[in-house]
Design a protein around this ligand. Structure first.
Ligand code: ATP
Ligand code: ZN
Length: 312
């Protein structure tokens, strides 16, 4: 008999708590006192870097340009791309103290007394990066080369979604490839990657499959945005069962932005037309957690075929 949604969700929560306990007990993750914020133990980190190397070996002929950005970015970038219209509940804005001596005394006494001290903070010029590709578009203003551009980025990303699910962290790493260029080339690249992504994850023994998806847009207005995104097939995810087979987890995402970022930042193809952009993201921690859940907490005992890929 089909389980109802509430009992599927309850089973998922139980499985999340059990998985989190296992990851902590095996020293893979380290509790930092807040749901969704974890230290990474040596085995977790080593395996994650091996996954990264595996991806780099598979994509070496793509000749993507690696770029690195810190996990904070200019606040105006977040404002310009309408992130606060769509995801105000996930955004992380950095505040700091800019007051006088007197206000400093007030701040310290409120902190000591356990009172609310948020009124003594002011917004700074920086926000936590919500997706690895966001700092990229503003530096790409201008005309792209004939074949467009392909960039390889990894960043810690912040989303305020505290959860007992170890696969839903507040700070996690996203590795992205971002393609910019003429619409046909961008669409073909995304299609090529959907197949390649599934093959790559199946090679690691994960039961991975592609689904149409939408972003978690906020509020009533957000429901329309989600429907549009699905109708236009702008977002796909590769999902795998981690803590529930009925509610699988997205471990890789493919987003087609069309001219959303390039119009804002005036990114043009070699023919002078507004370029199109798309990105794909590997959720690095989620992929690790899927591997630990599927093959066990000790990589030394993972199936030989999987080990061959990661320990070549
Ligand atoms: P979800 O639907 O699960 O909330 P998303 O659609 O918001 O994910 P994207 O914005 O497409 O995710 O992010 C790219 C990738 O980053 C996802 O495919 C996923 O693997 C990973 N990711 C997203 N949110 C989290 C999170 N809170 N913790 C860990 N990894 C995440
Ligand atoms: Zn992106």
């Amino acid at each position: 008999m089909a389980q109802d949604l509430a009992s599927v969700a309850a089973d998922k929560t139980k499985a999340e708590l059990a998985l989190l306990r296992g990851l902590l007990e095996h020293g893979l993750l380290i509790d930092c006192g807040v749901p969704g914020i974890y230290g990474r133990g040596p085995v977790f980190e080593d395996t994650l870097q091996r996954f990264n190397d595996f991806v780099s070996r598979l994509t070496v002929h793509d000749q993507a340009t690696p770029l690195h950005f810190p996990p904070v970015m200019n606040r105006t970038y977040m404002e310009r791309v309408d992130y606060l219209e769509s995801f105000p509940h996930l955004a992380g804005i950095i505040f700091s103290f800019k007051g006088t001596d007197l206000q400093h005394h007030e701040l310290v006494s409120k902190v000591r007394a356990g009172e609310d001290w948020s009124q003594l903070q002011s917004m700074t010029e920086v926000v936590l990066t919500p997706a690895a590709c966001h700092p990229l578009y503003p530096i790409c203003t201008g005309t792209l080369p004939e074949s467009g551009k392909l960039i390889d980025l990894t960043s810690y990303c912040f989303r305020h979604e505290p959860s007992p699910d170890p696969a839903r962290m507040q700070m996690f790493r996203m590795r992205e490839h971002v393609r910019m260029g003429k619409p046909d080339a961008v669409v073909a690249w995304r299609e090529m990657w959907m197949e390649r992504g599934i093959a790559l994850l199946k090679d690691l023994g994960l039961d991975a499959y592609l689904v149409a998806a939408n972003d978690p847009f906020f509020g009533r207005g957000g429901r329309m945005l989600a429907v549009n995104q699905r109708e236009q097939q702008l977002k796909f995810e590769i999902v795998t069962p981690i803590t529930s087979s009925e509610i699988p987890t997205a471990i890789m995402s493919f987003n087609y932005h069309q001219d959303h970022f390039s119009k804002l930042y005036d990114i043009r193809s070699s023919d002078g037309e507004t370029a199109h952009t798309a990105c794909l993201g590997f959720g690095l921690e989620r992929i690790m957690i899927a591997l630990f859940k599927t093959h066990g907490f000790a990589p030394a005992r993972w199936p030989a075929a999987v080990r061959q890929k990661l320990w070549p």
